[in-house]
Structures are given as structure tokens and as C-alpha cells.
Design a protein around this ligand. Structure first.
Ligand code: PEP
Ligand code: CO
Length: 453
């Protein structure tokens, strides 16, 4: 029996529920045109890949693998460029290598890319110097520029977003097919590509030794005729995004030949955001019926009863690999907010993959009004997360970051010592502040060390 078969779910049954954070499109006819177009396009991912990820997540739920999820807060159409995409893949690869080494287990890489174009906003409108316009909801919905033309939600942007996701994914797939992520070639994993990002010498040396050792170990295993090397040495990337714009998500939700169920074929792992996880809301209704693994973000206001009800609704049959719970509490609140959630899920014997997002509970605004996050708060939340899980006897099976392979100045702290005054140097995120290349790699080292203790 499929998730959806038991009830009256359809890819559009969410329309009967209250949908929070949805764009208000002035031109309804244009919405129908865009949705019809999206329905006709070939899918971005396959059900085979989705089921493969589900199997890997099922392993991670048992502590046999670790999930690294990361990318931009708001992916933009303008950043659909080879250098930006390559750098994002490289930082995820390099972090994963550090984590493989530190945790002594395989790492599943999941990008926040090829569709992370829609953003929930705390206020639907924004006022600047007396002028009020719709807020920027991400490139899937409207433009960031503060003009009436750009800010009016435009349904055609769903089509453009989809096309850019396709181009992004096509480039990622060809990079991987041509050996970019092949562990036999540590030169691709080299740090030199970011010569301008000065990693502390000690970490640089540790990293270089690590990648060399890994390449040698692979060669050795192959010389012994080990099977399964291909699986080990060929790195896969999966995609994920917040499934916020339900018109976009449901237009590409399909049945596939020879499988039960409905698949969201825009991405492997869609997730429900903290602001749209209402049990009776449209997002939970949509997500309960799809066959993909699904994530749900939970913040400090989540009660144990809320979480159990969400798990019941989204994964009533306790299917392995299906349910990913991403907690994002903040360094100051995790110790008080997380243990009760872990406890109740463990006692109910529900199968979930616990992932820590140490970004979204740690946002602060500087005295100059700039949104930032402190490296130490991010690290502090992660360390506490590992310890709290250990104490409860649950498994922290993954981490979720907002990061970029570029040399931006958006988060303060780290070995490079970025201060509040540096933030204006290269702040390009259209939404939340991301770890830059160096901060992200340093973070991977520090959590690998903490987890290895
Ligand atoms: C996000 O992941 O960018 C986001 C908005 O997170 P959350 O739903 O956890 O606030
Ligand atoms: Co964000």
C-alpha cells in the first residue's frame, strides 16, 4: 500500500487546506499556463535515484552512514554559473572527505541546490523610505530588486526556475560522470583551487594527508581485488530544497511505471520549513502523499506531541529512510528544547534520521542592521547536538548547513577572524548569511574531531 492509497490524497489535495507563505499571483491565467508547462517537462530526477537515497537514509538512521546537506539559503538564477556550481560541489566534497575520515563512515552528500529558489518571509510586504512592495520570496516567485515590476509575483519564474534547476543538475551530472568526484583523483580535491582562501596551515596539512591516504587506501583495496570499489569511489550527489511553493512541487508530482506511489520529481529530498509545518496545513497534506524521503524542520517551539503527530502523519507505516527530522534550535536553546523531542521519538520507537541545522536558530542582527551568524554559535549548537543525542541514546545522523564555495563575508568568526566590520566586504546572500569556503571546511574539521572523541 502506498502512502497515498489509504486516503483521499491527490497531488492537489493540499489546495483544500490553508497554505502559508504562498505567493499571491495577480494573473491567475498566467499561473495556469506556467503549471501546464511544468507538467509537460521531463522530470529532473528519477524514482530510482529517490529510492536509492531513501535506502542510504535508512542506513544513516541506523548510524551506518552520515548525511551532509548544504548549500545556499536562497539559490539564485544569476548564480547558475559553472564556477559557482563547481565551487559548491568542491566544498561539499571536501567537507565530506573530512567527515568520512573523522567519523569512519560513508557520507551521503545532499546539496541545497537545483531548486532552492523559494523563501518564506516573516513579513509579506517590505517598506523602504515610505514605499511598500511585496517582500522578496525567492527567484521562483519574484525578483529581489526593490521595484514594483520585480517584486510582483510572476508565475513564469516557476518555469525559469525549473529550467535553471535542469541546467544546474545537468552540469553536476556531467562533472560527476567525467570524474570530477572520483576519489582516484585527489588532484580534483585539491585545496589549491581556492588559493585566495587561506586555510590555517595546520588544517591544510591535515587535509592533504587525509586525501592522499584515502587515494592510497582505494588503490590498495583495488589491488586486492575488492569488489564494490566503484560504489565507494564514485561520489554521488543528491538534491534537496524546501518544498515551499506547492504549485511548483505538485506540477511535477507523478506516478512512474512499475512503482507504487507518487513521486515529486523536482528533487530527491524535499523538506517542509519550520514556518509551514502546521499539521493541518497545505504543506503537510502535500508531503504526506509523496513517496520521496521527506524532511521537516523543527524549531524550539515544537512540542513532543507536535513532533509525534507530524511523524504519524508523514510516515504512518514507519517506512525506513522516509522521515528526516532537521532540528534547528539555536545554541542557546538546544539543551532545553531538544532532549524531550529525542526522548519521545525514541520511546515511540519511530524511525527518523536526526539532522542538526545549526544555522537557523543562530541568526543575529548587528548594530548596523546586517544579518549574520557567529561561527562559535554554529559550532556550539553542533557540539551540544552530538552530546545530547549521545545522552539520550539516539543517533545524530546528519548536519545541514547554509554555505557557499565562494569567499563571502556573511558569518562572523572562524580562523580567518571575520568581524562585524568585515561583513560589508563581500556580502552577497539575498537571504540568510552562509559559511564561506574556509569557514565551512574548518567547521567540518571541528565537528569531525568532536564526533571522533
Ligand atoms: C531555510 O532552510 O532557509 C529556512 C528558512 O529554514 P527554517 O524553515 O528552518 O527556518
Ligand atoms: Co536560510
Amino acid at each position: 500500500m502506498t502512502q497515498a492509497a489509504a486516503t483521499d490524497w491527490t497531488p492537489e489535495s493540499w489546495k483544500q487546506r490553508l497554505a502559508a507563505h504562498q505567493a499571491v499571483y495577480p494573473d491567475r491565467a498566467a499561473v495556469d499556463v506556467a503549471v501546464a508547462k511544468l507538467r509537460e517537462f521531463p522530470p529532473l530526477v528519477t524514482s530510482f535515484e529517490i529510492e536509492r537515497l531513501k535506502a542510504l537514509i535508512a542506513d544513516a538512521q541506523e548510524g551506518k552512514r552520515f548525511v551532509l546537506q548544504g548549500g545556499d539559503c536562497a539559490e539564485t538564477l544569476a548564480d547558475c554559473r559553472p564556477d559557482v556550481i563547481t565551487n559548491k560541489l568542491k566544498i561539499l566534497l571536501q567537507m565530506s572527505l573530512v567527515l568520512v575520515h573523522g567519523m569512519q563512515k560513508p557520507v551521503v552528500r545532499v546539496g541545497r541546490f537545483a531548486g532552492q529558489y523559494a523563501k518564506p518571509r516573516s513579513s509579506p510586504m517590505e517598506t523602504r523610505e515610505g514605499v511598500t512592495l511585496p517582500s522578496y520570496f525567492g527567484d521562483l516567485v519574484n525578483g529581489a530588486e526593490f521595484t514594483p515590476e520585480a517584486r510582483t509575483p510572476n508565475p513564469h519564474l516557476m518555469v525559469r526556475g525549473y529550467q535553471h534547476a535542469a541546467v544546474t543538475l545537468n552540469f553536476i551530472r556531467s562533472l560527476i560522470d567525467s570524474g570530477f568526484a572520483d576519489l582516484h583523483h585527489p588532484e580534483y580535491w585539491d585545496l589549491r583551487f581556492m588559493h585566495h582562501a587561506s586555510l590555517p596551515e595546520e588544517l591544510r596539512r591535515e587535509y592533504q594527508q587525509m586525501s592522499r591516504r584515502l587515494a592510497e587506501a582505494l588503490k590498495f583495496m583495488e589491488a586486492l581485488g575488492e569488489t564494490g570499489i566503484d560504489d565507494l569511489s564514485r561520489v554521488a550527489f543528491f538534491t534537496s530544497h524546501e518544498g515551499l511553493n506547492l504549485l511548483y512541487e505538485s506540477a511535477q508530482t507523478r506516478r512512474v511505471p512499475r512503482r507504487d506511489g507518487w513521486y515529486n520529481l523536482t528533487t530527491h529530498l524535499p523538506w517542509i520549513g519550520e514556518r509551514t509545518r502546521a499539521l493541518d496545513g497545505a504543506h503537510v497534506e502535500y508531503f504526506r502523499g509523496i513517496a520521496n524521503p521527506v524532511g521537516v524542520k523543527v524549531g524550539p517551539s515544537t512540542t513532543p506531541a507536535d513532533l509525534l503527530a507530524l511523524i504519524d502523519r508523514l510516515n504512518p507505516r514507519d517506512e525506513p529512510g522516509r522521515m528526516v527530522v532537521i532540528h534547528r534550535m539555536g545554541a542557546a536553546r538546544i539543551a532545553q528544547a531538544l532532549p524531550a523531542l529525542l526522548h519521545v521519538v525514541r520511546h515511540a520507537r519511530r524511525r527518523v534520521l536526526w539532522v542538526c541545522d545549526p544555522m537557523h536558530g543562530n541568526g543575529v542582527t548587528t548594530r548596523h542592521g546586517v544579518k549574520t551568524r557567529d561561527f562559535n554559535d554554529i559550532l556550539g549548537e553542533l557540539r551540544q547536538a552530538f552530546d545530547l543525542h549521545e545522552r539520550e541514546g539516539t543517533i545524530l545522523g546528519g548536519v545541514h548547513f547554509e554555505l557557499t564555495g565562494e569567499d563571502v563575508t556573511e558569518c562572523v568568526g572562524g580562523a580567518a577572524g571575520i568581524t562585524e566590520d568585515d561583513l560589508t566586504g563581500n556580502y552577497s546572500s539575498l537571504c540568510d548569511p552562509r559559511l564561506n569556503y574556509q569557514q565551512a571546511l574548518e567547521m567540518a574539521f571541528l565537528i569531525a574531531r568532536h564526533a571522533a572523541k
